[in-house]
Structure formats: structure tokens, C-alpha cells
Design a binder for this molecule. Structure first.
Ligand SMILES: *Cc1c(COP(=O)(O)O)cnc(C)c1O
Length: 514
């Protein structure tokens, strides 16, 4: 490891070599074998272009578009392109945000602040809506009405309509849902919301840049965009199927009046008057320039071709699941997600066996009536590798069958059965991590951990994973040869005396820093 603040500066070449060295431990972002987190079009030269564009605008500050008109021009160009792709017209406006979560928080904020008199504003979502809506409700103190989905995993328009109350400021649904990749019945929900005069947000963070192209290719998908009356806002992440580097999403509103309460303005302090359309105030132009470069380089025809490759990959993967004994499709593979469940095979062991064969998938825990599933986000890069998936899936299922469910130490299972979120302490997390073999920072065999989390009630799962992330996120100790930091104050500070800081307990494994 390296020292972030060395006593003397380090030459550029060495630093870049160190950073490249660090990246070796990461999952592969290219190669068509990673089915979550990254979106890869497998286009030669695109990374270099995006990097160069990012560098040009990295130090430009989005705080004030009058100071940096380049950024305003790029943002307006991106919003215009998104509006046209998603059925907007000359009234459509939008904002550039840092990601899908920020877009959704702002959609909820705009809706909440459009009804300032309400004591308890409410948000209606289907149970498959992205967790970021819950985060938005939590941050913004908006009450959440979660409506169960039907057996087809889609929002139920009748149940959604019935959940709308006089205090509902926003109804939302997905096109498609992240977990299963199915499109909610947008038109029916939009009609119900419009009838009550309530805003309706379509979360197309995931699918907004691929569904229009899949539809052009003939996929049987319902309209989901501003062409549907009653849709008042749409979010689309450019760092997903627009294949831009991380840090860019767009929140579109049908008209300017709908957007206005999204802004935060404040003149009541001695500094500059702050007018923020989004959550961040200072923000880099880098991701925005990289997104512009990516869109312009791929172009509309390029996105159509990438969607065709994605569609082909989805059909190859789905066929592999259909024809492999021990797994089944859990959701119809109608967009760019393949979601599978297992039968007679431990799903989490199967995920490990796939990983051992170079396929990095995303296990999803059981939820209400839904079993645990494996999620595959399919991107254009997978077209080149999809044919190799079937044989590896068969082999992985056989291996998972042979090895049986993950071994969980008996005393861990017993402890977990009586555990409540309040009992989760840093010491307990350290002991659990050691017991499950996570202390050394090796996350390749996760079946035992996932099985344990899968049977934990959601609140306990949240507490355990929060504790574990907090365990990982420890300041790196100084390395030999570097002067130690200033000694902490002897007492009186509520921070330095806390066991999470400074000294480690004996049960705590070394953080991933070493
Ligand atoms: C990814 C995603 C989000 C959240 O986006 P981030 O960019 O991860 O913040 C929200 N909704 C859906 C449907 C998504 O797929």
C-alpha cells in the first residue's frame, strides 16, 4: 500500500503505476463477464476518448454556469438529447445529476416542495421500485406507501391507484425494475395519477437509454416515456446504458413549472447567493464532458447497434438458463436483465461457482414471497462471451450440487438466530467476519455470508452490512518511513476516544488497506 500524504512528493510515473497496481484486485470492467456495477459497450478507443474529455473539464465548476458557459452548453445538449429520446417536446426541461439516486431524490424533493402545506407528504411506489426511493423518503421525511407487485413482478395499477391519498405528492414506477428487468404498466399508473392530479415519475435510470432502441428493434415493450399522458418526470442514467463513465444521470420534467420546486435557493448569508438545481453545489465538469464525448462518439446508430448486441446476448443467456436443469428464469428477459432462480441447488453456492469460472453475478436475497435470485445486467460486451456462459452454467450447477449448501459454523447460526439489530456492535461484527473467513479481505467465496444474510430479517441484514462496511472503512495506518501524524488530543474529544478510531481491538481483522 501507499501513503496518501508522503513526507515528500512522489514522481508521476510511480503514482500512476501504483494506481494501476491497485486496480488489479478489482473485478474486470471489460471482457463481458461482469453482470453488475459496470456497463461495457466493448468499443475500442471509447475509454481513451472519455478520459481525455473528462480531463478537459475536470476542474470546471458547475456551481455557476455563468462563470463556465462550457458546462451549461454541454448540460443543455445532454438534456436536449435525452428529452428527444424519451418522447419530450419543446416544453421538456431537465437537470444533470451525479447518478440515479440523486435524480430520484430530486424528483421526490420537487414533488414534496410543490405542496408546501402538507404535514406529511406521501410517496407511492411498487415494492420492486429501486431502494433509492426509500432513501429519498428517508432523507426528505416523506412517508412511503409501498404497494405489492403482482405475480408477474409488475406494479399493479389498481392497487397503486388505491394507494393514492390526498397527501400523495408523487407516484413512481420503473421502466424497467432493476432487480427483475420488467417494465411496469406505465400507462395505467399514469392515468390513475393524472386523474388525481398527482405527479408521476418513471424511473428509467436503468433502462432509459436502451428501451427506446429495443423498441425500435421490435421488442414488445409498452410505451413508458413522455408519450404517455400523465408521466410528469423521467430519470435516466447516462452511466448505465449510455455507457458514459460514472457520475451522470438526467432528471427530466415535462415542463418548467414542474421543475421549479426542485431548485434550492438561498440568499440569507453573507456569501454568494446559492442557486442549486441539484444536491451538490460545487461539482466537476469532468463526468459531463465525458458523457457528451461518449454520446457523440457512439451516436444514435451506434446505440441501436449496441442494443441489438445486448438483445442477442440476453436471448443467448436466457436460453442457457431455460435449458439448464437446476435453474429457471425468474422474470421474463424482456429488457437487458436476466434474472434466475435455482431449484434443488443452493443459489449462493451457484453464484460462487459461477465466479470461480469467471462470471461475476449479483445475488439478490429472498424478499417476501420471492426466492433468492441471481441478477445479470447484460451489456453489449456480453454478445462476445454469451455463448460460453451455457456450458459454464451447467458445470457450475453440477459443482454446486456436488458440494451442497455452504458450511456455516453451528455457533454462528445459533448466534444469528437470536441476534437483533441493537445487538450488532463493532466487536460482534469483527468476530463474525473472522468466523466467516472475511478477515483477510478475500471475498471470492461468499455463499456462507450470503446464506446467513438471506435468513436474517431485513433490519438485521442492514445492521450487519452497515457494521461490516464500517469495519472496512478504517483510516490506513501510517507506513514505516513516514512521520506519524500529530498525536491525538489526550482527552476531551468525543471522536478520538471512540474505539472505532485510533486503536483496533484484538478481534478486528486488518482493514483491506494492507
Ligand atoms: C441504478 C438505478 C438507480 C440508482 O442509480 P445510481 O446511479 O446507482 O445512484 C435507480 N433506479 C434504477 C432502476 C436503477 O437501475
Amino acid at each position: 500500500m501507499f501513503e496518501a500524504l508522503p513526507a515528500e512528493g512522489v514522481p508521476s510515473d510511480q503514482i500512476l503505476a501504483e494506481l494501476r497496481g491497485l486496480r488489479v484486485a478489482d473485478l474486470p470492467t471489460h471482457g463481458g463477464r461482469l453482470f453488475a456495477y459496470v456497463y461495457d459497450p466493448a468499443l475500442d478507443g471509447l475509454d481513451d476518448l472519455a478520459r481525455a474529455a473528462h480531463a478537459i473539464s475536470a476542474h470546471v465548476n458547475g456551481l455557476d454556469p455563468t462563470a463556465f458557459p462550457s458546462l451549461l452548453a454541454m448540460e443543455n445538449a445532454l438534456v436536449g438529447a435525452a428529452a428527444r429520446l424519451l418522447g419530450g417536446d419543446e416544453h421538456t426541461v431537465g437537470s444533470i445529476t451525479s447518478g440515479g439516486t440523486e435524480s430520484l431524490i430530486l424528483a421526490v424533493k420537487a414533488a414534496r416542495d410543490s405542496r408546501p402545506g402538507l404535514a406529511t407528504p406521501r410517496l407511492v411506489i411498487p415494492s420492486t421500485a429501486h431502494a433509492a426511493f426509500t432513501k429519498a423518503a428517508h432523507y426528505l421525511r416523506v412517508a412511503l406507501d409501498v404497494v405489492p407487485v403482482g405475480d408477474d413482478l409488475r406494479a399493479d395499477p389498481g392497487a397503486m391507484a388505491a394507494a393514492i391519498s390526498p397527501d400523495t405528492v408523487l407516484v413512481a414506477a420503473s421502466a424497467p425494475s432493476y432487480a427483475h428487468g420488467v417494465v411496469d404498466p406505465i400507462a395505467g399508473i399514469a392515468a390513475a395519477a393524472a386523474e388525481r392530479g398527482v405527479r408521476f415519475h418513471v424511473d428509467a435510470c436503468f433502462g432509459g437509454w436502451v428501451l427506446p432502441y429495443l423498441r425500435r428493434l421490435g421488442a414488445d415493450l409498452p410505451p413508458f416515456d413522455f408519450a404517455v399522458p400523465g408521466v410528469t418526470s423521467i430519470s435516466v442514467d447516462l452511466h448505465k446504458y449510455a455507457y458514459a463513465p460514472k457520475g451522470v444521470s438526467i432528471l427530466l420534467h415535462r415542463d418548467e413549472a414542474l421543475r421549479l420546486p426542485q431548485y434550492f435557493a438561498y440568499a440569507g448569508w453573507p456569501g454568494y447567493t446559492m442557486i442549486n438545481p441539484v444536491i451538490s453545489s460545487t461539482r466537476s465538469g469532468g463526468p459531463i464532458a465525458a458523457a457528451v464525448a461518449t454520446l457523440r462518439h457512439i451516436g444514435d446508430a451506434g446505440y441501436l447497434e449496441l442494443a441489438a448486441r445486448t438483445r442477442e446476448a440476453v436471448s443467448v443467456l436466457a436460453e442457457a438458463v431455460r435449458t439448464t436443469e437446476g435453474v429457471r428464469l425468474f422474470a421474463p428477459p424482456e429488457t437487458s436483465v436476466v434474472c434466475l432462480a435455482s431449484e434443488g441447488v443452493d443459489l449462493f453456492v451457484l453464484a460462487d461457482e459461477l465466479a470461480a469460472r469467471g462470471w461475476h453475478t449479483q445475488p439478490q436475497m429472498a424478499y417476501e414471497k420471492m426466492p433468492a435470485t441471481i441478477h445479470l445486467t447484460v451489456t453489449a460486451s456480453v454478445a462476445a462471451t454469451a455463448a460460453e456462459f451455457g456450458p459454464d452454467l451447467v458445470a457450475a450447477v453440477a459443482a454446486a450440487q456436488a458440494s451442497g449448501p455452504a458450511d456455516i459454523p453451528a455457533q454462528l447460526l445459533e448466534a444469528a438466530a437470536v441476534l437483533t439489530p441493537e445487538m450488532v456492535t463493532p466487536e460482534l461484527i469483527g468476530g463474525l467476519a473472522d468466523g466467516l473467513g472475511l478477515g483477510a479481505g478475500d471475498f471470492t467465496r461468499m455463499a456462507a455470508v450470503n446464506s446467513l444474510l438471506n435468513v436474517a430479517p431485513p433490519a438485521l441484514r442492514e445492521a450487519l452490512l452497515t457494521g461490516f462496511l464500517s469495519l472496512l472503512q478504517r483510516p490506513a495506518p501510517p507506513l514505516p518511513g513516514n512521520p506519524p501524524a500529530e498525536p491525538p488530543p489526550a482527552s476531551g474529544s468525543p471522536f478520538f476516544g471512540h474505539p472505532l478510531h485510533g486503536q483496533r481491538s484484538a478481534t478486528t481483522p486488518p482493514a483491506a488497506a494492507e
